[in-house]
Design a protein. Structure first.
Length: 393
């Protein structure tokens, strides 16, 4: 049996402009997830460690960051776990490639060099499309381009050539999208499931999509490892790596995939009934009780709110920001329609309420929910003003 740890899209060094002061902390979470993936490979006694592109968020990284990566890969090499890496679309193999600027294999050998880690780290590139691993009875194949956008599908021709080494296992690495009509036409690298089926592989380790998923095309099992830690704060499917086992026994062959969590960032969506919210301080206190520096909280007010309830989502987010990695508060509640007897129709208030409520009912029947919600707001504000209340706009 061949045991593989498959990861991709680590995006070390990402700027995270949307996180402000939390950006540096999220970069450290990403490196911690990478280290946790190394720990997992050691604990599982893996034979092979695969990185399917975008290990780095860009080709511009300080040397100390590359040295941190090399130190982690050295742990694998010293445990005799082989690593194979391909560039992605963020750390693509162009003239400025980080893989041209730094020799990861040499850096992994350590300051004193030594034969213990020789040949344990391989970066596949346009001039080196595969590596033969006799000790694992396997080959790892890739088709890497010297540009970010592929001139053609990397699987246009099968990755496994007929004149290659005779091995038990043929593994592929690819960074790109599987074709989805209407969605992936503008992606830099696109392949089809038909091409995967003709690739000649046993397992295709994919990168580029940040959520874990897997499938089968013909006899080829393929999977996206997803990002081991969220790169953007809407990626609730990130945070995992894959343990892949290729087995051959009793004349049969199998590929099994197990997802393992390594990321710290958590995501929670919370719907709150506006009818039970007393006021803004009470809502802030309710949300603050869920405080967690690793949590991305998406809170949504729903239902029908009382006229007296005055909420400012931006103020709430500002108050809660120190307690969460990221917090978002959306008010999607609706103002109540008039409760109780209406003023006389020959009064300004009575005519206003009747006309607006009739218009709201008409819009809701027509499915114009956004416009109906705007009219509900107008009704609420108008009723308050006509009742003599001061209203902050």
């Amino acid at each position: 049996m061949l045991r593989i740890i498959h990861t991709a899209d680590v995006h070390l060094g990402a700027r995270h402009d949307d996180l402000g002061e939390q950006a540096a902390a999220q970069r450290e979470r990403q490196f911690a997830a990478f280290r946790a993936t190394i720990d997992l490979a050691l604990a599982e006694r893996a034979d092979l460690f695969l990185i399917s592109g975008d290990l780095f968020d860009s080709n511009v990284q300080p040397r100390r960051s590359v040295e941190r990566v090399a130190a982690e890969l050295r742990r694998l090499a010293e445990a005799r776990i082989r690593t194979v890496i391909i560039p992605g679309t963020h750390d693509c193999y162009d003239r400025a490639s980080i893989y041209r600027a730094y020799d990861l294999a040499a850096m992994t050998a350590g300051p004193a060099g030594g034969a213990t880690t020789d040949g344990m780290i391989t970066v596949l590139d346009p001039d080196r499309p595969f590596v033969h691993l006799p000790a694992l009875d396997a080959t790892v194949h890739a088709r890497v381009f010297a540009t970010k956008r592929a001139p053609y599908s990397p699987l246009r021709d099968p990755l496994v050539a007929g004149d290659g080494p005779v091995v038990t296992w043929r593994i592929g690495l690819l960074h790109g999208s599987i074709s989805i009509p209407g969605k992936t036409e503008h992606d830099e690298v696109v392949v089809t499931t038909d091409e995967i089926a003709r690739s000649g592989l046993d397992y295709l380790a994919l990168g580029h999509w940040h959520s874990t998923q897997q499938g089968k095309a013909g006899s080829v099992t393929y999977a996206y490892a997803g990002a081991p830690e969220a790169v953007a704060l809407h990626q609730a499917g990130a945070g995992k790596v894959l343990v892949v086992e290729l087995d051959q026994r009793d004349g049969g062959r199998s590929v099994s995939i197990t997802e393992r969590s390594v990321g710290r960032t958590r995501f929670e969506k919370l719907d709150i009934d506006a009818a039970v919210v007393a006021d803004q301080p009470a809502l802030i206190g309710q949300l603050a009780a869920r405080a967690d520096p690793d949590l991305v909280l998406d809170a949504r007010l729903v239902g029908v709110r009382r006229d007296e309830l005055d909420l400012d989502p931006a103020e709430i987010e500002t108050a809660l920001a120190p307690s969460f990695l990221k917090v978002r508060v959306r008010d999607e509640s609706m103002p109540a329609l008039t409760d109780g007897p209406l003023p006389s129709a020959d009064t300004i208030a009575g005519a206003f309420i009747r006309d607006l409520e009739a218009r709201i009912a008409e819009l809701e029947r027509a499915g114009a929910t956004d416009e109906a919600a705007e009219h509900r707001d107008a009704l609420r504000l108008g009723r308050l003003l006509l009742a003599g209340h001061e209203v902050a706009l």
